[in-house]
Write a protein that binds this ligand. Structure first.
Ligand code: SAM
Ligand code: SF4
Ligand code: F3S
Length: 436
């Protein structure tokens, strides 16, 4: 095949980011190169997300754009990921300009099939459910890498589409995880993130050994020699064990940052969401984490506007935010997802009320985040320099172990390296400092 250019757009979570990265590397190994703009691409690939209707609406907009772009120049259009897994044929009928439609279970075959669309000039649909195969590759230029350790979810929180589009939970063989981490460790990577929808339920029996998440985390932390930071995403509060907290405490490479989505502060709503914990047990866990891990950063997800939510429930959530003092939070308003249990309960909270409640939550969390970051002024923190600032070309953006964004003067040579930064100021909720 002639040398061709691809353009990938990635929506959704880190799992999608990891799989898009793997596809980029697979295509490059076959002689493709990454286009600088979609206008010159021979193949446009959209890696999609279904978690919220807003994510799907955006994708329909992109499909509309590429449908018209096809009138201007010839390229093959691929749609992959959670939205095509959910909608299957409906996507093809609505956008017949799609050349290759794949869901979540055939990612190792996408590059083959994409090339087939050129040679045979026919449309391909690959959305039959199958066994999930982990699809992961890394470039030796990377300084950060995602390492998927499990796939799918068995929790079926009543609002969530993920178990339907990603399938049942499967844990990856730890030998494959070790091999991948060893390869990454021999390159330039400074930070890895172990990925799964609920990493704490990792469990596998292989080679006569039983491995659970604490055991995996401990052995990975002991194994690495060049990687300096290890993180993991996401933890379900019902499954995060004392062993995991102890292992983080005793390991110099495990970051003192835990993302622990609470979703809501009202026991009534948590029960309707089927999260299997209470506000009290969550707060007790948060306290235990803070007591055991020095300067730990605790971040969360909050989902507001769920059916039956009242003002009192919102107040419980605001009180929980104040009590848990999250370093940061991703906040969303509820979108009903067809096929989930809660879909049958309608969407009784009016849209305007959801937005108004969400804004209150965002404002409160911003003040908590700012207060916690102000306390970091004066400290010297190890920062991994990630990229050039868009606002000021003489400045870099980086992150601390605690996932705080820091802006500081620096040159491109520092990108991908650790630098000690003395924190001097804060603008909005971004820390600013100078190399020490
Ligand atoms: N597995 C993780 C967990 O258990 O928290 C996160 C999964 S999901 C990809 C990321 C976040 O999207 C969730 O934590 C939740 O706050 C939000 N989310 C999930 N379903 C949603 C829905 N129907 N409407 C709005 N937000 C939703
Ligand atoms: Fe969705 Fe719940 Fe699974 Fe997270 S744990 S992916 S919120 S069903
Ligand atoms: Fe979205 Fe699929 Fe991730 S629905 S959040 S891309 S698992």
């Amino acid at each position: 095949m002639d040398r061709k250019e691809f353009w990938i757009e990635t929506y959704g979570c880190q799992m999608n980011e990891a799989e898009s990265e793997a596809l980029k590397i697979t295509l490059k190994a076959r002689g493709w190169s990454e286009a600088l703009t979609p206008d010159t691409a021979d193949a446009v690939i959209l890696n999609t997300c279904s978690v919220r209707q807003t994510a799907e609406n955006r994708l329909w907009g992109r499909l509309g754009f590429y449908k018209h772009a096809k009138e201007e120049h010839r390229f093959k259009l691929t749609v992959m990921g959670c939205m095509s897994e959910r909608l299957k044929d409906a996507m093809f009928s609505r956008v017949p300009e799609i050349d290759l439609l794949t869901g979540n279970f055939q990612k190792n075959r996408i590059a083959d099939y994409l090339e087939k669309t050129f040679s045979d000039d026919f449309k391909i649909k690959l959305t039959e459910p199958g066994e999930y195969e982990f699809f992961t590759r890394h470039s030796n230029k990377d300084f950060k890498a995602f390492v998927p350790i499990m796939h799918g979810c068995n929790n079926f929180c009543t609002y969530c589409i993920v178990p339907y589009v990603r399938g049942r939970e499967i844990s990856r063989n730890f030998k494959d995880i070790y091999d991948e981490i060893d390869r990454i460790d021999s390159g330039n990577v400074k930070e890895i993130t172990l990925l799964g929808q609920n990493v704490n339920s990792y469990k596998i029996q292989a080679g006569g050994r039983n491995m659970d998440f604490p055991a995996l985390l401990e052995s990975v932390a002991k194994r690495v020699t060049n990687i300096e930071w290890i993180r993991f995403l996401t933890s379900h509060p019902k499954d995060l064990s004392d062993r995991v907290i102890r292992i983080i405490r005793d390991s110099p490479v495990l970051c003192n940052h835990i993302h622990l989505p609470v979703q809501h502060g009202s026991n009534k709503i948590l029960k309707l969401m089927e999260r299997n914990y209470t506000r009290e047990s969550y707060l007790a866990l948060a306290e235990k984490i803070r007591k055991n891990l020095d300067n730990v950063s605790l971040t969360t997800d909050i989902l507001i506007g769920f059916p039956e939510e009242t003002e009192e429930d919102v107040k419980y959530t605001m009180d929980l935010i104040k009590e848990a003092e999250f370093e940061d939070a991703f906040t969303y308003y509820y979108n009903p997802r067809e096929g989930t249990k809660a879909y049958g309960w309608g969407d009784p909270v009016p849209h305007d009320s959801k937005i108004e409640r969400l804004n209150r939550i965002i404002e409160l969390q911003r003040s908590v985040t700012r207060k916690k970051r102000i306390n970091k002024i004066g400290r010297t923190m190890k920062v991994l320099a990630e990229k050039r600032s868009k606002k000021n070309k003489l400045e870099l953006l980086g992150r601390t172990e605690f996932d705080d964004m820091v802006v500081f003067p620096g040159s491109s040579d520092s990108i991908g390296k650790f630098i000690n930064i003395k924190i001097e100021d804060i603008s909005g909720d971004t820390l600013r400092g100078k190399e020490e």
